[in-house]
Design a protein around this ligand. Structure first.
Ligand SMILES: [Zn+2]
Length: 308
């Protein structure tokens, strides 16, 4: 048995396979990314806590001789084990190394791949169907987000795509999840109309939705210029035409709202047309103006969906 193997046994450390599983679950809990271990002491401790490692198990050093330089390097055995587990997951294409992630996001982080995401769902007994509703980063979706958010906004723009095939390809699924993530992140997880920002009690699901301005059923494109982050209620109201936007992103409300019965859209003191939607109010927008909804998308919505 190697010196390292002996040390692992002597210190009764968890097996590499067990660490791999917990690392995948930890990545899932942290929305798909964790800091590189040398700068991410919290993560190193968080996983050590899962195994209830003693203080000694956390710090016991592994001495390695660097023959070239003829010196001894001491690394905590626990760090070494974590790195080995992460390397093995990376070789199995379940996670991406910080050096590779950095090229995409400028952050030195371990990141789940689509396969790693699936494996984490399996380990956590979460049905695979939930995948589209979770805002967990995967390397493949993150690449789509980058594509969606780094193009310069076109002066002229057609928000309507060509008719889609009925079969959902893997590529289309990644694109649509990329759209969702790009929109929700750039609107800071808030409804752009009312500002609501809320998650499920298990912190896994955001309430806010990425809405298409030209709807998906009308072949609206999965571009950020055709997207808005809206809460469920405002998403519905936008899709049925209760409100739309001016070219300078102010809310306009259907004139039908002036002709409704007194108790219509009321809930106690709350009035949907007075508190929920405020005429002429600016919506919340992304920080980067090249990610704002395109005027052509809004114009289409005013002419085709909005109930004047
Ligand atoms: Zn809202």
């Amino acid at each position: 048995m190697s010196y390292e193997g002996e040390m692992l046994k002597k210190m009764a450390m968890p097996s590499k396979q067990e660490v791999e599983k917990e690392l995948l679950k930890t990545l899932f809990r942290h929305n798909g990314t964790v800091k590189e271990f040398s700068t991410g002491e919290e993560i190193v401790n968080e996983i050590a806590d899962i195994f209830s490692l003693s203080e000694e198990q956390r710090i016991v050093p592994l001495e390695r001789v660097y023959k070239k330089e003829n010196r001894i390097v001491k690394t905590p055995l626990w760090h070494r084990l974590l790195y080995r587990a992460a390397d093995s997951l990376s070789n199995g294409n379940l996670i991406i190394k910080p050096s590779v992630t950095q090229k995409l996001t400028n952050k030195k982080e371990w990141m789940l791949t689509e396969n790693g995401f699936d494996k984490a769902l399996e380990l956590l007994n979460i049905p695979i169907e939930e995948k589209d509703n979770l805002l967990i980063k995967s390397y493949e979706v993150e690449k789509e987000v980058k594509k969606i958010t780094t193009k310069a906004a076109p002066v002229d723009y057609n928000p309507i795509g060509t008719k889609k095939k009925i079969t959902v390809t893997r590529e289309a699924n990644l694109r649509s999840r990329g759209f969702r993530q790009a929109v929700i992140e750039n609107y800071d997880y808030k409804c752009c109309v009312c500002g609501l920002k809320i998650k499920s009690p298990n912190f896994q699901f955001w309430e806010v939705e990425a809405a298409h301005i030209v709807s998906h059923t009308k072949n609206g494109k999965d571009d950020i210029w055709n997207g808005l982050a809206l809460c469920h209620l405002h998403h519905w109201a936008f899709d049925v035409g209760w409100f739309s936007l001016t070219d300078d992103y102010k809310i306009i409300i259907s004139s039908v709202s002036k002709k409704v019965p007194i108790d219509f859209g009321k809930m106690g003191n709350f009035s949907f047309f007075e508190n929920g939607l405020v005429e002429n109010k600016n919506i919340l927008l992304p920080q980067n103006s090249s990610l704002f909804p395109h005027k052509k998308s809004i114009e289409w919505h005013r002419n085709n969906t909005f109930y004047k």
